[in-house]
Write a protein of this length. Structure first.
Length: 118
C-alpha cells in the first residue's frame, strides 16, 4: 500500500495474496497483512478475536477522507484474504466503524464518492 492513497504496487499485491486463506488464528500472517495495509504508518494496535470471527484495528486519528479510504480498502483486502473473518472494527481516535460482512462493504462502495473517476 502506498500510504493513504489506497494504491498498492503490483509486487506488494502479489505478496499480500500469498496470505489468501489465512485464518484468525494465524497471528503472524494477519500481523503481516495488517501492517502492509493502507494507513499502516498510523496503526496503533490490532486485536484478533477468533471465537467471534472478528478483527479490531486501531489507528491514530485521520481526516474523514483518509478514514473512508482506509476503511473500504482495508476491509476489501481483509475480507478477501482472511477466510473466517465476519466482522472488522476500525477505530480512528474516538470514531468507530463496523464492517460486518461483504454486503455491508458493498454499501460503503455505493455510499462514498472518493473512488469516482469524475
Amino acid at each position: 500500500m502506498d500510504g493513504i492513497t489506497g494504491q498498492t504496487s503490483e509486487k506488494n499485491d502479489e505478496v499480500m495474496f500469498l496470505f489468501k486463506g489465512s485464518e484468525l488464528t494465524d497471528n503472524d500472517y494477519l500481523g503481516k497483512i495488517i501492517r502492509d495495509l493502507n494507513s499502516h504508518e498510523e496503526l496503533k494496535i490490532f486485536s484478533l478475536y477468533p471465537e467471534e470471527k472478528q478483527i479490531t484495528i486501531r489507528y491514530n486519528k485521520l481526516n474523514e477522507q483518509e478514514v473512508q479510504i482506509t476503511t473500504i480498502t482495508n476491509s476489501t483486502f481483509i475480507f478477501n484474504l482472511v477466510s473466517d473473518v465476519e466482522k472488522i472494527i476500525f477505530r480512528f481516535g474516538e470514531r468507530r466503524y463496523d464492517i460486518k460482512n461483504k454486503e455491508e462493504l458493498d454499501n460503503w462502495y455505493k455510499r462514498i464518492k472518493i473512488f469516482d473517476s469524475k
